[in-house]
Write a protein that binds this ligand. Structure first.
Ligand SMILES: *Cc1c(COP(=O)(O)O)cnc(C)c1O
Length: 389
């Protein structure tokens, strides 16, 4: 079996973005214009994303992490307020809650969807619960009907972590526009990229204004246009804010990426279908199907490697693929496995058994729109070879 006949010549880096000529030229134009900071390109990118998402307000920021933090801040979370989120996420989701002074509370996931389980959310509600922070994991929509019903019943705010989910929909409603605020990521491995970057979506004009102000030092709205033809205008500082604004240099990339978001999604759908077909006979657990009322953003193609069925652990598989020049990812080891959260919040991995098992067994295969058909064939051959099939 392992005669390594399938090793490709070059290493396939996991999560590489597809960068095209239009954004390369726009970045050059931005450099030549000498206006690098927040300006017309950031505003144009915000308009294009808002139009795509069908939402009136979108505020560009330097990361999704910044957006999650600002979302907690503008919702007025106070010390001791509890925010319920998922253990199956990137640490930034939890950190944003802590940085806002609130207390993160975890609710385990549904083992099939890997999304936060509304029944678990109900079990974690206390008189101090103020908000829910669901993550549309891998791009699969959370059960927003159930989560919004819980939020209404208990008077909770809802922040959607849409880092994987720009294309996601639930019953015809776009992810990030269902709760009070939605936050996108344009980090280099996400569905569309700006290198580093993020954006907050909302239907609430007041919240949008406060995200914008808190994201630029707390300066009055005039600060955004204080150098104009009309001359200089003094600004006021109205709150103690942060430095989270998006540069035109970043938006120069994003404003073209957003025009291809659906084309990239269709390419990932082809790869997704091919993986499902080619791995159907393997002892791997493949992503569960979704229903007609859901739209999956197809951000991560995760397989579960059960050592009892595969004769290899997830880490064995990861190393075997690495030796075959295929880069993979792990999304994610369950949050309570990380030292600082155990120390600070006393969380125990075994209290979130579904996340624990997924975190131990999950492996993300490359699914970037940049992959050629040959790249995908290499991944398929390497997976089959690594598992001895
Ligand atoms: C990538 C990611 C983030 C953070 O995004 P940045 O833009 O890198 O700050 C937050 N949550 C999830 C689920 C992510 O995957």
């Amino acid at each position: 079996m392992s005669n390594h006949r399938t090793v490709r010549a070059s290493y396939l880096v996991f999560g590489q973005p597809k960068i095209e000529q239009a954004e390369i030229e726009e970045v050059l134009a931005c450099l030549r214009s000498a206006w690098l900071g927040t300006g017309p390109k950031a505003a144009e990118f915000e308009r294009r994303v808002a139009a795509y998402k069908g939402v009136p307000y979108a505020v560009g920021l330097n990361s999704c992490t910044a957006g999650l933090h600002l979302a907690c801040v503008v919702l007025g979370l106070q010390p001791g307020d509890e925010v319920i989120t998922t253990p199956m996420t990137f640490c930034a989701t939890v950190n944003a809650i802590v940085h806002a002074g609130a207390v993160p509370v975890l609710a385990d996931v549904d083992p099939r969807t890997m999304n936060i389980d509304p029944a678990e959310v109900r079990r974690r509600i206390t008189p101090r619960t103020r908000a829910l922070l669901p993550v549309h994991f891998a791009g699969r929509p959370c059960d927003m009907d159930a989560l919004m019903a819980i939020a209404r019943e208990h008077g909770l705010k809802v922040i959607e972590d849409c880092a994987h989910a720009i294309e996601t929909e639930h019953r015809g409603r776009k992810a990030g526009t269902i709760g009070d605020l939605g936050v996108l990521s344009f980090y280099s491995t996400k569905n569309i990229v700006t290198g580093e970057g993020g954006m907050v979506l909302t239907r609430d004009e007041g919240l949008a204004r406060r995200v914008k102000r808190a994201g630029l030092h707390g300066m009055s709205a005039d600060a955004w246009k204080r150098f104009t033809d009309d001359g200089y205008k003094h600004y006021d500082v109205e709150e103690i804010g942060f430095k989270y604004n998006m540069m035109d240099l970043q938006a120069a990339i994003g404003m073209h990426q957003i025009t291809r978001v659906e084309a990239y999604w269709r390419r990932r759908q082809e790869i997704w279908q091919r993986y499902l077909r080619e791995f159907a006979d393997l002892p791997l657990e493949l992503p569960a199907p979704w229903s007609a009322h859901e739209r999956h953003a197809l951000h991560l193609f995760t397989v579960l490697v059960d050592p009892a069925r595969c004769g290899a652990s997830r880490d064995d598989m990861l190393m075997r693929l690495h030796q075959r020049n295929i880069g993979t990812g792990v999304h994610y080891r369950s949050i309570p496995n990380m030292t600082v959260y155990r120390q600070r919040f006393g969380w125990r991995p075994e209290d979130f058994p579904h996340s624990q098992r997924i975190g131990d067994q999950t492996l993300s295969l490359p699914i970037s729109a940049k992959l050629s058909d040959d790249d995908v064939s290499d991944v398929i051959a390497a997976v089959r070879d690594a598992i001895g099939r």
